[in-house]
Design a protein around this ligand. Sequence first.
Ligand code: NAD
Length: 469
Amino acid sequence: MTTAVPDLADIEIRDPATDEVVGCVRPAGPEQVDDAVGRAVAAGAAWARTSPADRAGAVKDAAAAVRAVAEELARLNESETGRPYDDALGGALAAAGTLEQYAELGPLHRGRSLQGNWSATDLMVPGPRGVVAAITPWNDPVAVAAGLIGAALVTGNTVVHKPSERSPHVGRRFADLVASFLPDGVLTVLDGAGPTGALLSAHAAVDVVAHVGSIAAGRAIAEAAAGTGAKVLLENGGNDPLIVDDGVDPVWAAGQAALGSYANGGQVCVSVERIYCHAGVADEFLAALAEEATRWVYRPSAEGEKALGPLVDRRQREHVHAHVAEALQGGAVAHVGGAVPDGAGAFYPATVLSGLTPQMRIVREETFGPVAPVRVVDSFEQGLAEAVDDPHGLAATVLTPDMAHAQEAWRALRVGTVKVNAVFGGAPGGAAEPRGLSGTGFGYGPELLDEMTATKTVHVEPCPPRHRP
Ligand code: NAD
């Protein structure tokens, strides 16, 4: 059973650097969704019985194939979303690495035995949940899909995958390649946008909906799953703060702020979205940040320049500029950027704003563009209080030479990930639970294997001897 009347018009994909059409997909409707889920159900029993080592072997072979076509995936990714080629290549290679990791971890995933009566056996046994709907975004399309799909497959689930309608060709190329190493029906790909995703997430035979994307879509998915009983994993957007404390080197801090705000055009789930800078370093920090912003350019050619691609499309550029324009109308100052450029594509310049109020949308909501909005605060405590006063809960960064401040901050921030003195980074094996509007559950790392399995407790007692009169 599926919900009804989706908008299923063909979806045209344009290269956001040139506006040229680079492809078109026909969204899957109710029948195709039913068919894909039905095939996943049919394939489920045999895949669940396949030994973990054999499942892992298939995923490992798929990883090698993904690695072999990483350059092709990167070119597709660049043409559909404007992501600079080197970044896109990094994403494709990360996807292969993620599949390899889950292939290693899958057979090691284990349950527990319990201490009951001497004669009894008590176990907690993880088992596959069934059919996983993996619904993913465009901003790191291959790596994000690889995480959900890899963890679901090695734990014995079957998968119906719907990549983003803004990156459908790279999504399909990747998933079809992985599927070619699996029995029929174990991994199926569906084209389409929100309406197809809605059909999939409301399908009665789907057991887990794993979604990475916007808060609005995550909310719709949670509502749909409440009606079917499916488990929901949500890795939604954030509004990550960066706190710049007194006493830091302002030029170094500006470099960190620029990296966090402008990498992938600010279209990273853990991009820096708002900056609270201590008044003691604010003038030097703002001057250095404005200078640093001018080094983020479309085609880097000089020493020290960094790649800033276009935004994913003009719709996203309108969203970003609406936040900036509202701030400027409200009295904010653009130190650099802040204007929509002429010409083809969905380009937007690296922008630095100050003079913001806490009520502005650019401070309160995810902008997802190359904008560094700076609020100058009188104390570390004020910066931390404003950073905490927000319903999102993905990640946060603190730049401080004061370890007591760092300690205070990482305990107070209600987010999944806190970084101290580095805007990006983290050890392998790290995993976090987003808080608040940013979602629920472990969306990556070894703990994703727990999310993809249901634990059954089993109590076994010996059968007493038959009584013979
Ligand atoms: P989006 O929510 O618009 O789309 C993501 C996926 O959900 C797409 O496949 C889309 O078709 C589907 N979808 C949309 N509406 C749906 C509905 N009602 N029911 C079911 N599926 C639906 O997000 P996006 O614009 O593709 O991605 C950008 C967002 O993703 C940003 O907010 C970003 O922060 C977030 N993101 C979060 C993480 C994380 O780990 N937390 C990682 C990457 C991106």
